[in-house]
Write a protein that binds this ligand. Structure first.
Ligand code: BGC
Length: 417
């Protein structure tokens, strides 16, 4: 008998569920924002595994990279008194919903299956509210990645992936001279913020990143280091093509896939796109961390909203157990581009980019250079993150000076705190 069945046996007794019920393994309505090629493939694995356990899956995808549209839809559903059973949610957002009393816990499953023993403490902490698991993590995504087209680099005479921002700028200049778009980018606030935070890590290092983007320290926000980060962002703005505005992130990845652009700065969900297009890492596309000595952490997890009915509650428990099963963590992450959240899943079948992610994560934990993603809602509340996104996007789409950007950003953050 698998561990999750113990939990259901207990539930069935408590709730009068019979094993012969029409949906013995529960029902879930799952709200998520995984709609690109690689994402759809990955969430398809979750759906079929859940159905394979006898459950009924109702899909509620809300398109929009980074999840901003999904979070707006979620708020509307909760306000209407009709929350979905399971929701893709992260970081402080989990705590915020738990504080509002909106979540069911899945602690019985977590205890039964010893989640504490198999999750890195940094993730386990995020998944719990008042000591109880209210979320189940599916993966670890790294945000500070640079993706490249080997054919584009070759045409421009670039032989190595850049390891400093100066090297990046030199490579981008070569691509531009060769008539190739240096940087594939989609001008949407969350994408601008993704690039920005990677630059902040690269220019300032992990301690500075933490001070500025997590602790919101005024001195750090107003510092010369932050001015230098905006200077580098201004350089990057010069490397994107004129049609970048509003472009979806996966369409930017497609430009690298086609060799129209040299690089993209994006988390490793981009790898899911390269793989879904049948490309091989190291041969058809390249990966390297963006310049900087750290690791920007993002992790997808599912939370379980307060819903009525044993059928739905049972669905939540089955889904929680499934998400955390080692087999599922392997299959899902092979498609998604991320690495398993569990520390005990062997990585033999994973590619070099995933192995690099894992090695760098372990090193970052050891060296205290692991930082949570601001852009991907792992670091600060949504309301404050919104101020960063507004300012960074305004900077990217105007000729605002770096000095002005720093002053406006520090003032905006001070106002909302
Ligand atoms: C999520 C990823 C997703 C990406 C683009 C990120 O915030 O963590 O799972 O693929 O947004 O939609």
């Amino acid at each position: 008998m698998t561990a999750y069945r113990h939990v259901f046996a207990a539930l069935a007794v408590a709730g009068g569920i019979t094993a012969s019920g029409a949906h013995a393994q529960g029902t879930v309505e799952v709200l998520h924002w995984w709609t690109s090629g690689g994402e759809a493939k990955a969430v398809g694995e979750l759906k079929s595994a859940f159905e394979g356990r006898g459950g009924t899956w109702i899909d509620s995808p809300i398109a929009g990279g980074g999840g901003d549209a999904a979070m707006t839809a979620l708020r509307a559903r909760v306000v209407a008194g009709n929350p979905p059973t399971a929701v893709q949610l992260k970081g402080p957002g989990i705590q915020e919903w738990a504080r509002e009393g909106a979540l069911n816990d899945v602690d019985a499953v977590a205890q039964e299956e010893n989640w504490d023993g198999v999750l890195p403490p940094v993730l386990a902490g995020i998944m719990k509210y008042e000591g109880k698991y209210v979320a189940a993590p599916v993966n670890i995504h790294r945000v500070d990645w640079l993706w490249a087209s080997p054919s584009a680099l070759e045409k421009a005479g670039i032989t190595e992936m850049p390891t400093t921002w100066d090297e990046f700028n030199a490579a981008a200049d070569k691509l531009q001279a060769a008539g190739i778009i240096p940087l594939a980018h989609g001008g949407q606030p969350w994408q601008d913020a993704t690039v920005f935070e990677d630059v902040v890590l690269g220019v300032g290092g992990a301690e500075f990143y933490r001070k500025a983007l997590v602790e919101l320290d005024q001195e750090a926000l107003k510092s010369d280091t932050m001015v230098a980060a905006f200077d580098q962002l201004r350089k990057l703005r010069g490397y994107v093509d004129p049609n970048f505005s509003g472009r979806d992130w996966n369409l930017a990845t497609a430009m690298v896939i086609r060799g129209e652009a040299g690089f993209q700065i994006m988390g490793d969900w981009a790898k899911g796109e390269f793989l879904a297009a049948g490309l091989e890492p190291g041969k058809d596309f390249l990966c390297a961390p963006t310049p900087g000595n750290g690791y920007v952490l993002n992790s997808d997890s599912f939370t379980f909203f307060k819903v009525q009915g044993e059928e739905n509650i049972q669905g939540q428990q089955v889904l929680a157990s499934l998400i955390m099963s080692p087999d599922f963590q392997k299959i899902f992450n092979l498609a998604k581009g991320s690495i398993p959240a569990r520390t005990d899943v062997p990585l033999d079948e994973f590619d070099e980019c995933a192995k690099r992610s894992h090695a760098d994560l372990v090193a970052a934990i050891e060296n205290d250079t692991l930082v949570p993603s601001m852009a991907h809602e792992m670091a600060i509340p949504r309301s404050i993150r919104g101020e960063f996104l507004d300012l960074v996007t305004a900077f990217f789409n105007s000729d605002m000076s770096s000095q002005d950007a720093v002053e406006q950003l520090a003032a905006a953050i001070e106002r909302v705190q």
